[in-house]
Design a protein around this ligand. Structure first.
Ligand SMILES: Nc1ncnc2c1ncn2[C@@H]1O[C@H](COP(=O)(O)OP(=O)(O)OP(=O)(O)O)[C@@H](O)[C@H]1O
Ligand SMILES: [Mg+2]
Length: 225
C-alpha cells in the first residue's frame, strides 16, 4: 500500500470540534493514479495535508509508504515529506525572488539525498522536458507566467524522484490546451519515476487521466458532528 487511512478525523478548531475530515478507511496501491474531486471548501487540501504530513489527524492512523505519520512529530514528518513525497501545492509555494533552478535545488537541499553535482543535470533535464526554455531558468520565478510556474512546480516535485506525488488543483489557472499538456507531462513523469499520483481538483473533466476516480464525499463518509 502507498497510503492507508483508518478512522481518520480532523478538526481545525478544538473549540468548535467541527470535523472537516471523518474517514473510516481509504487506501491506494503503489503506482495508482488517483483522482479525488469535490467542490471548493469540502476538505480536499486538508486531506492532502494530512497525507503529506503537514497536518496531523485529531484521531486515527495515517500510513504513507509503510511509515506511520500519526506517530511522528512535526520534524520527523517534514523530513519524511522532503525525502519521499513530491508536493505540488495549490499556490505552488515557489519562492518568487529565486529562479527556477534555485527553487528546485532548495527541494533537493532539504532532502537527505546525497548532494552531487549531477543534480544540476537532473534539474536541467526536468526543466527542458517540461518545455521551460533555458533563458528562463535563471529568471526569478515571480517574473514568469502562471503556466511556467506550474511546470517549475512539477520539476521541483520530481527532483528527489518521489515515490508519491501529491497534486493540489495544479491546473486551476490553466486553459484547456495548457491543462492537457500539463496532464500528459505529469503522467509521463509519474510513469518514468514509478510514482504513485494523488491528485485533487473540482474539475471533473480531468477524470480520464486517472485509473481511480472518487468523489470526495464517498471517501469522507461520516458527516459533521
Ligand atoms: N487553517 C484553517 N483554519 C480553519 N479552518 C480552515 C483552515 N483551512 C481550511 N479551513 C476550513 O476547512 C474547510 C476545508 O478547507 P480545504 O482548504 O481543505 O477545502 P478545499 O476542498 O481544498 O477547497 P478549495 O477547492 O477551495 O481549495 C473549509 O471550510 C475551510 O474554511
Ligand atoms: Mg484546496
Amino acid at each position: 500500500m502507498s497510503i492507508q487511512l483508518n478512522n481518520v478525523e480532523f478538526c481545525y478548531s478544538k473549540a468548535t470540534q467541527k470535523n472537516i475530515l471523518s474517514i473510516d478507511s481509504w487506501s491506494t496501491t503503489v503506482g495508482d493514479r488517483q483522482f479525488i474531486y469535490g467542490p471548493s471548501g469540502c476538505g480536499k487540501s486538508t486531506l492532502l495535508n494530512i497525507i503529506g504530513g503537514i497536518l496531523k489527524p485529531t484521531t486515527g492512523t495515517v500510513s504513507v509508504l509503510g511509515e506511520s505519520l500519526d506517530k511522528m512529530n512535526s520534524h520527523q514528518r517534514n523530513r519524511f515529506r522532503a525525502n519521499n513525497i513530491g508536493y505540488i501545492f495549490q499556490q505552488f509555494n515557489l519562492i518568487n525572488y529565486l529562479n527556477a533552478e534555485e527553487n528546485i535545488q532548495l527541494a533537493h537541499h532539504f532532502s537527505s539525498r546525497k548532494k552531487t553535482t549531477k543534480v544540476r543535470d537532473k534539474i536541467h533535464y526536468l526543466l527542458s522536458d517540461l518545455n521551460i526554455k533555458s533563458d528562463d531558468w535563471s529568471r526569478p520565478v515571480g517574473m514568469l507566467s502562471v503556466g511556467q510556474q506550474q511546470r517549475i512546480a512539477i520539476a521541483r516535485a520530481f527532483v528527489n524522484s518521489p515515490q508519491l506525488l501529491i497534486a493540489d488543483e495544479p491546473t486551476s489557472a490553466l486553459d484547456e490546451v495548457s491543462t492537457n499538456n500539463f496532464m500528459s507531462q505529469l503522467s509521463t513523469l509519474c510513469k518514468e519515476h514509478h510514482t504513485t499520483l494523488l491528485f485533487v481538483s473540482h474539475d471533473t473533466r480531468l477524470k480520464h487521466h486517472f485509473n481511480h476516480v472518487h468523489e470526495f464525499s464517498q471517501i469522507n463518509s461520516k458527516k459533521e458532528q
